[in-house]
Each structure stands twice: as C-alpha cells, then as structure tokens.
Design a binder for this molecule. Sequence first.
Ligand SMILES: [Mg+2]
Length: 124
Amino acid sequence: MAFGLEPRPRPVLIVDDDIETLAAERQLLAESGFRVIEARNGSEALRAVQDDPPAVVVLDVQMPGMDGPAFALELRMGLRRVPLVILTGVDDPRREADRCNAEAYLAKPFDAQELVSVVRRFAA
Ligand SMILES: [Mg+2]
C-alpha cells in the first residue's frame, strides 16, 4: 500500500488580507509546482503553521487583526526556523522586512518571476 507513496512536500504558506493578491499568488505558485496553503491574517497563519508546517511563508504586512510583524514575532518564537518573505505595498518594504527579521522582501505589485524565484530559493 505504501509503495510509491512519497512524503508530501512542505507547502508554501501565503498570508494576505487581499483575496485578489492571494488568488494571484496561489495560481502562480501552484503553476510552478508548489503546494500552497493560505491565510487571511496572522492568527490564521499561526494555525496553518501548526497544522501543516510550511517550507516558506510569503507575508503581507498590513492586515486586520494580527498583522504581519505580529505574526513574524510569534513565528520567530517557535522552534522551527521558517524562511519569511515580506510582500508589501508599504512605502519602505525593506524596513518592514528588517522589522520582521525576514529573509527577503518584494514590493507590490509583485513581479511574477521574482516571486517564484524567491520562493524557490527558500523552499528548497
Ligand atoms: Mg494587506
């Protein structure tokens, strides 16, 4: 029964309160072969991290409820080191990435190839 059963690859967790951004990210990353899970705010994202530990998190900054930096702080208190990519429309994405202790950042509107290549780099 178990022959040929491969372990499921760890997913890419995408977190954004904007459903159009989520849809665009989901489609692009799924087409590029990643398994994608998603959350609409920081607290949903924390549950997703518990339920299905991701290889990398692509994180919006401004979200109602628990925002990106608050989620990043919680994530960093966990045992597992999860690479974090900030994806934001704020004026100074680099400052937000520093605040979140993130590995990388992208500005909105994001470039499709940039998103895929940064996810590929950290999901390996
Ligand atoms: Mg937002």
